[in-house]
Design a protein around this ligand. Structure first.
Ligand SMILES: [Zn+2]
Length: 435
């Protein structure tokens, strides 16, 4: 179990952690209840964000019908880009700004939910695009105030975006993924309906499922909140506050369910117990990392996805090269856990056990290898790419990948082990192939 010394208090360091939950309703049929919520929030005219693929699915029809049944005016924007960019965020913002909406609904994966967050922000508080983007890439300025109500309806069991105050995008001219982070971006309500997972392609379930795994694992192994200095004021406490006793609860259960359900959910679309189990794991992991923050695998994933040249995975629409978020994360994770295990071997071993590994006889010195081996076995069982080489990267790309990851200081600050650009190069080299 978690070591009793994990949150030892240190003079001058943080003693307080925050719990900023999103209101959630979970269960089959939850989407059809949205009319009740729109009324309660007194919404008259809603912008519904989705993407082209999801627009044709039952979830959008269910939500639209439920809203119109209570006489809410719904305008649908189905041009959200999967893996959004600064340009696609700005196109969505124009739609939001011109429509005079009093609330937002997002129906889709993380790309859709993140786009609704950004459109809600910039339509309410117009500014140059880089104003609110994380420093050092953007100005990192604080969001000025509350946004309009946003009801998030996830249709993949992955991102947990419905529970977080983060919106991620590709900044095209810099070839880098970055984001906007503020508690004020957090959706007002999440309606999580596991029925939406029945029609997902296997590769989408796999990619989003490994995103769940990594959210839980990174939150659980993040730098403990007690290792941060006391903030200058309560308002300066970072949203990514580090591992804490609240996020641990969600991480442990998310890891256990992921170990039980991920491979099954990928292999059999009719295994609704497994697909629903992954939806719940995604929600738990989203609550956890929305309160603790992730670290190196996500920091490294930004440049893996941002610099992709010609990778086109099964199950994703469009002709463009794309690296699904969960794939860009999981190809880094085994390399990272081998590197971070010494910071909290008991947590790394416990994570492996929760995922289903046999840890009998394993000591602290084995923790990184046992956990990496367990993740690799799950990747192989679900036909994930064998490291970054399988995504088209080679030795010549290592420096650019590391440079992009080093720019993700918000995430690197949450790492249990301090990293420089040289360390990141080593981590990418060790993520080249795994089997
Ligand atoms: Zn993620």
């Amino acid at each position: 179990m978690s070591c009793c010394h994990h949150y030892d208090f240190v003079e001058g360091n943080e003693h307080v952690f925050a719990v900023d939950p999103t209101a959630i309703r979970f269960g089959q049929g939850a989407l059809a209840e949205i009319g009740h919520d729109a009324r309660e929030l007194n919404l008259q005219r809603i912008a519904l964000f989705t993407d082209r693929r999801v627009a044709g699915l039952e979830a959008v029809a269910t939500v639209t019908a439920a809203l119109r049944a209570v006489h809410v005016d719904v305008a649908i924007y189905d041009e959200v880009r999967v893996e959004p960019t600064d340009q696609s965020f700005q196109a969505a913002t124009r739609f939001a700004a011109e429509g005079d909406f009093d609330g937002y609904v997002s129906v889709g994966g993380g790309s859709v939910i993140d786009t609704a967050k950004a459109a809600n922000l910039y339509a309410n508080y117009p500014a140059d695009f880089l104003t609110y983007v994380n420093a050092p890439i953007g100005e990192g300025r604080a969001v000025p105030g509350a946004l309009k109500p946003h009801i998030a309806c996830p249709t993949t069991s992955g991102t947990g975006s419905e529970c977080t105050g983060i919106a991620i995008f590709d900044l095209l001219e810099r070839h880098v993924k970055t984001g906007i982070a503020s508690r004020l971006l957090r959706p007002t309500l999440a309606l999580v309906d596991p029925g939406v997972t029945h029609t997902l392609p296997a590769n989408v379930v796999a990619a989003s499922g490994f995103d769940v795994l990594s959210h839980a694992l990174e939150s659980y192994t993040a730098k403990p909140f007690t290792q941060r200095p006391v903030p200058a004021s309560p308002g300066a406490r970072p949203m990514s506050q580090g591992a804490n006793p609240w996020s641990d609860v969600g991480c442990i259960e998310a890891l256990r369910r992921t170990g039980e359900h991920l491979v099954r959910a990928v292999r059999d679309a009719d295994d609704s117990e497994a697909r629903h189990g992954m939806m719940y794991a995604a929600t738990l992991a989203g609550i956890a990392f929305g309160n603790s923050g992730v670290h190196l695998p996500h920091g490294m994933a930004y440049s893996v996805a941002g610099l992709i040249r010609d990778y086109r995975p099964d199950g994703y629409p469009g002709e463009e090269a794309i690296c699904p978020h969960g794939i860009s994360v999981i190809v880094d994770a085994p390399s990272v856990v081998r590197f971070t295990a010494h910071a909290s071997p008991e947590r790394h071993l416990q994570a492996a056990a929760l995922l289903g590994a046999d840890v009998a006889g394993a000591g602290p010195e084995d923790a990184g290898e046992v956990l990496a081996g367990c993740i690799i076995d799950m990747m192989r069982a679900t036909d994930m790419p064998n490291g970054i080489a399988a995504l088209g990267y080679g030795q010549a790309d290592i420096a650019a990948l590391a440079k992009g990851a080093f720019a993700q200081q918000r995430l690197l600050a949450n790492s249990p082990v301090a990293v420089g650009e040289d360390d990141l190069q080593m981590l990418y080299r060790n993520a080249n192939t795994y089997w």
